[in-house]
Ligand binder design. Structure first.
Ligand SMILES: Cc1cc2cn([C@H]3C[C@H](O)[C@@H](CO)O3)c(=O)nc2[nH]1
Length: 224
């Protein structure tokens, strides 16, 4: 049942640390024709006119963090704004995790200069005030840093092999501050927490739990 273009679809952000299984979670919903999946445009970050901004950022974070996060935010805004023909839209991450997790960490760790952070924060505030991009639900794939650190090693995405456990632990804390402690009032969406430490064989049950909640909420919104 295609959604009239003027209605806003039931929008879900899928959030979690590096290696928490977001792409796997999204792929679980590939079978539903009423759901549009927008996965993280990592390939765009790895090849912008031939430049691998992800690799540059990991290789020399102080020099490339601003450039990388600026482009990440542009690609996320593009995804937020993309017209969705279906009643439900699942997005991998968001401008919120960009600002509250990654940019926040780079500012606190000093890899973003305060002036660079100020510019990124002004862009974030402008977008929040001018463009309606909030979620109806956030699915938080909650993990333990040690578990995802091992997965990152196994997945062996080349750019990430130098990522230290301390970085994963700091990102974890920023996700918890945002999605469990609820430190940021600008993002009031309800959070559905999934135990994403479970390995693939066990996690399908967890997904089914979220499937029910997502589809039920989506039906409520569509029938409103
Ligand atoms: C919104 C947002 C996503 C995102 C991902 N990343 C990194 C973490 C992973 O190594 C890779 C793919 O998620 O990109 C980042 O540094 N900053 C980001 N900001």
């Amino acid at each position: 049942s295609a959604m009239a273009m003027n209605n806003k679809p039931f929008t879900v952000f899928v959030e979690g640390n590096i290696g928490s299984g977001k792409t796997t979670f999204l792929e679980h919903f590939r079978r539903f024709e009423d759901i549009t999946l927008l996965t993280e445009p990592v390939e765009e970050w790895r090849n912008l006119k031939g430049w691998n901004l992800l690799d540059l950022m990991y290789k020399d974070t102080a020099k490339w963090a601003m450039t990388f996060q600026s482009y990440v935010s542009l690609t996320m805004l593009d995804m937020h704004r993309r017209p969705t023909p279906t009643p439900v839209k699942l997005m991998e991450r968001s401008l919120y995790s960009a600002r509250y997790c990654f940019v926040e960490h780079m500012m606190r760790s000093g890899t973003l200069h305060p002036a660079e952070f100020a510019v990124l924060d002004e862009w974030f505030r402008f977008i929040m005030n001018q463009i309606h991009i909030d979620a109806d639900l956030i699915v938080y794939l909650k993990t333990t840093p040690a578990v995802v650190y091992e997965r990152i090693k196994k997945r062996a995405r080349s750019e990430e092999q130098c990522v230290p456990l301390s970085y994963i632990e700091e990102l974890h804390k920023l996700h918890e501050d945002w999605l469990i402690t609820r430190q940021h009032a600008e993002c009031p969406a309800p959070v559905l927490v999934i135990d994403a430490d479970l390995d693939l064989s066990q996690i399908t049950e967890e997904y089914k739990k979220s499937e029910h909640q997502i589809l039920r909420k989506a039906v409520d919104v569509v029938m409103r």
